[in-house]
Design a protein around this ligand. Structure first.
Ligand code: HXC
Length: 514
């Protein structure tokens, strides 16, 4: 209801003008492109009627009288998601293609600063033609201010980017500096240089989708961790992710608000590992028989699938899972899987999320391709990440744990807090086949029946070396456990670790091998 006292006349007039901006045409223009408007996106993202807009009347410098100028192509503010406070900004493609001018940038910087100061996550909904050409250097400076805040907030509050339209040029680097990127198929594209430049410089014909669409970035480049087919599911995915994250680095992730449903048949865990050690199986079968039912939320599911990174709940508490996937590349560690896992481990460590490692790794992936793209450099990232992480860290070796890959996957001497193994575990410097070839080369060459001898030596090696018992007896494994008791053991161990405290040596920062 309007208050007609003099002081309110101008207030009411402004509000009316502002409301007129969001007329039918505003919605139709964006819908004609097959996209939702920034306002509709905010409505889906936030709990009903919880969003409060800030800086709604800011207008572009020099373009104050342009139609639709209120807000300068950006809606920003705060509200609640699953009842918890979150800041967000949404670029509005309807005004100058959501391009980033100086006022638009100042609005983003303002909510970034507020989110960090108050300790709440921030989400950016990106749909923009990039730097506003008319504002020149001022818009580049605007981007720099945003990037700087991304860096300053890193490890303090979760930062999430959602790409719902174009993101080109240097504009991709704000998302790249955040913790997680969501993309929608077909409408969202991210690239540093667009198809036209690619054609000019390299004479290569490539569409925007092929160059930087959601499928490319979720499977090949690893730039995006979550991809969906439509805007609603993308935004609901963001809401879901937030249920696993604390609001900042001094809080714990929230407890689940559903009653805990335990896996119904833990004894099944005794049957999942095949009798023949070379046979693959699905590590997700093991995971689902350990964690609270339906609590798995995979991160970067489609990229480097030889390693699984996922959030889940164990007895209602959030954990981060890093697990080798024997179904893909035999679960070996390669450059991409090392980087994927390292980044996940560092996120969990920064945000107090305990880590569970489920290990079945035959080693690093051999070959010139891997060596030449820097497997040494990339593998070192995972080593560094696990060694540096001070959150509770538990490993369960379910089958193979060979060589350097054994060490990397949170082994006891790398700081594992509890290291369990199943009776099916094979812990050794290398697999039986390779070990026998090296140790018995001369004997095999001299043998009249080398194949039979090799098989016999492999069986002996398996019995004597490739099992969990030597490691157990030397204390490198804390306990060899019945697979059916894994969940119970983990709940007890993580409970003990709730008091874990590790003092860090003072230093500016380590030199993580980037
Ligand atoms: C000003 C822009 C703009 C920009 C689009 N518009 N991009 N205005 N600065 N960067 C305007 C258009 O003029 C148009 O205005 C409206 O937004 C919608 O654009 P369309 O082209 O009609 O839309 P569409 O066909 O969907 O194409 C979208 C697009 C295309 C792919 C984003 O507009 C485009 O290629 N824009 C330029 C992208 C770009 O090169 N940006 C600079 C990147 S370099 P009207 O008035 O007609 O509605 C960069 C540096 C960042 O960002 C550095 C950070 C360190």
């Amino acid at each position: 209801m309007h208050d007609n006292r003099p002081a309110f006349i101008r207030f009411n007039e402004r509000n009316e003008k502002f409301a007129e901006q969001y007329n039918q045409e505003y919605y139709e223009r964006q819908h004609a492109k097959g996209k939702l408007t920034a306002r509709e996106r905010i409505d889906i993202l936030f709990d009903k009627d919880s969003f409060e807009e800030l800086d709604a009347f800011v207008r572009p410098r020099g373009g104050e009288n342009l139609p639709g100028a209120y807000g300068d192509g950006l809606i920003c503010g705060h509200g609640r998601i699953n009842g918890r406070k979150v800041f967000a900004y949404a670029q509005d493609f309807n005004f100058m293609g959501g391009s980033l001018g100086s006022a638009h940038a100042a609005k983003i910087v303002k909510v970034q600063d507020m989110a960090r100061k108050m300790g709440h996550p921030i989400i950016g909904l990106i749909d923009s033609g990039g730097a506003r050409i008319q504002e020149g250097i001022a818009s580049l400076a605007g981007y720099a201010g945003i990037f700087l805040r991304n860096i300053q907030s890193s490890g303090i509050i979760p930062q999430i980017s959602v790409i719902l339209g174009p993101a080109a040029g240097g504009a991709v680097y704000s998302p790249a500096l955040t913790d997680f990127i969501f993309m929608i198929r077909h409408t969202a594209q991210m690239f540093v240089t667009g198809p036209n430049v690619v054609k000019e410089v390299l004479n290569e014909d490539i569409s925007a989708e092929q160059l930087g669409g959601a499928d490319v970035h979720s499977t090949k480049s690893g730039v995006t961790q979550f991809v969906y087919d439509d805007e609603e599911h993308t935004l609901l995915g963001v809401r879901k992710l937030l249920q696993y994250l604390p609001s900042n680095n001094i809080e714990l992730a929230p407890l689940g608000n559903e009653p805990v449903v335990e896996p119904d048949k833990p004894e099944r865990l005794r049957l999942i590992i095949p009798d023949e050690s070379f046979r693959p199986y699905d590590m997700l079968d093991i995971i689902s028989n350990i964690i609270d039912q339906d609590s798995l939320f995979e991160v970067a599911e489609l990229f480097a699938s030889n390693i699984i990174t996922a959030f889940a709940r164990l007895n209602n508490r959030v954990i981060g899972i890093v697990a080798n996937q024997p179904k893909v590349l035999a679960g070996t560690l390669d450059a991409n899987s090392s980087v994927k896992a390292a980044r996940f481990v560092r996120f969990c460590d920064a945000f107090n999320i305990p880590l569970l490692v489920l290990e079945d790794v035959p080693g690093f992936l051999p070959g010139s391709e891997q060596e030449h793209i820097g497997l040494i450099r990339h593998g070192a990232k995972l080593l560094y990440a696990f060694g540096e992480a001070s959150v509770p860290k538990i490993t369960v070796i379910v089958r193979k744990a060979y060589g350097g890959a054994y060490i990397v996957m949170n082994s006891k001497n790398m700081g594992g807090d509890f290291n369990f193994a199943w009776p099916t575990a094979e812990v050794a410097v290398m697999g039986p086949e390779s070990a026998v070839k090296i140790l018995h080369r001369r004997t095999l060459e001299a043998s009249e029946n080398p194949d039979q001898l090799k098989q016999q030596l492999i069986t002996e090696y398996r019995e004597q070396v490739a099992n969990p018992y030597i490691a157990d007896e030397l204390g490198y494994i804390d306990e060899v456990i019945d697979p059916a008791t894994t969940r119970k053991k983990l709940i007890t161990a993580f409970d003990l670790l709730r008091n874990k405290y590790m003092e860090k040596m003072p230093r500016k920062h380590g030199n993580v091998p980037l």
